[in-house]
Ligand binder design. Structure first.
Ligand SMILES: Nc1ncnc2c1ncn2[C@@H]1O[C@H](COP(=O)(O)OP(=O)(O)OP(=O)(O)O)[C@@H](O)[C@H]1O
Length: 284
């Protein structure tokens, strides 16, 4: 097993103004360099968990917590949000919450987080340019962030996270403002960063995508960790649908083929192996 970069130990959290706990005794570990997906029904606690991994819980959101969240071995409640932001990059569900609202241009917005790091101006320009090209926002660098479309703001939000070169990226349904082609493009970038060794924790409701990308999946159900495991064992479990989540169509297809043709093969969860299975059972 690889090095653990994130660890959640028996963690619970209740927002101050609510009666029920949003997270209940959640425990799991994330290995360095892995792609870890979090799925669950609306209100199951996914965003709250992201807030806990980035220190917004307990530093920003008021409430009562117990247990521990450790980032690279240090408890989140003992680190400042600034310290954490150099280790953990975060892209919010609502990108408009992510703008600094102090920058006059997209370029300044991208450079915002670098401001306190004492990086020379030249280097800063280089980084802004690199990230802007990567996110395809180099043509809007001199625009006012308040004049952008939702999709553009989302790209800027990604750029602001990437520019800090964090070891860990936490992505909370981060392409809601983008069209399907735009979001695929972003996920390809995320996958490439992951292949370079960045640890990714991603909340997503697209089960086909989760099946394709995840090394491990956490299923949240009403604040509890219902399952933690590898994609095949999670989606292959007939009980998984009782937890308010869908399963990839490939699982349904391969399960149907398995029953109909009485094969001994595994349940498949992604496109290619399902096609292979179909060819086998149809004898082609
Ligand atoms: N800022 C907040 N203040 C009070 N309660 C909150 C806050 N944010 C979330 N909650 C509550 O905490 C619980 C978990 O919500 P959370 O947003 O973490 O779930 P989620 O799985 O991300 O949902 P969704 O899929 O709708 O984004 C819900 O009952 C929600 O109402």
């Amino acid at each position: 097993m690889g090095k653990i970069v994130l660890e959640v130990r028996d963690f619970s959290f209740k927002y101050r103004q609510t009666k029920r706990r949003a997270l209940k005794n959640v425990s799991f570990q994330v290995e360095k360099g892995s792609f870890f997906c979090v799925i669950g029904a609306n209100g199951s606690g996914k965003s709250t968990l992201c807030n806990a991994l980035t220190g917004l819980v307990p530093h920003y959101f008021m409430g009562r917590s117990s247990g521990e969240v450790l980032v690279e071995g240090t408890p989140v409640h003992e680190s400042s949000v600034a310290e954490l932001s150099s280790k953990v990059g975060f892209v919010f569900q609502n990108p408009f919450n992510q703008l600094s609202y102090t920058a006059g241009t997209v370029a300044e917005e991208l450079a915002y987080g670098l401001g306190n790091r004492g990086i020379p101006r030249e280097k800063m320009f280089e980084k802004v340019e690199y990230v802007a090209k990567l996110m395809r926002i180099d043509h809007i660098l001199s625009k006012n962030p308040l004049e952008l479309s939702g999709g553009q703001v989302q790209r800027v939000a990604f750029g602001s996270a990437f520019i800090m070169e964090p070891e860990i990226l936490v992505l909370d349904e981060c392409t809601t403002q983008l069209d399907p082609a735009g979001s695929e493009e972003i996920f390809d970038i995320v996958k490439r960063l992951n292949q370079k060794g960045i640890t990714v924790v991603m909340v997503d409701h697209d089960m086909e995508r989760v099946a394709r990308y995840a090394d491990k999946i956490l299923v949240l159900d009403q604040g509890k960790a219902a399952f933690v495991g590898k994609p095949k064992s999670i989606f292959g479990d007939p009980l998984i649908e009782n937890h308010g989540i869908g399963i990839p169509d490939y699982v349904k297809l391969s399960r149907a083929m398995k029953q109909r043709y009485d094969t001994v093969s595994d349940i498949e969860i992604t496109e290619e192996p399902t096609i292979k299975l179909a060819k086998e059972v149809l004898g082609r």
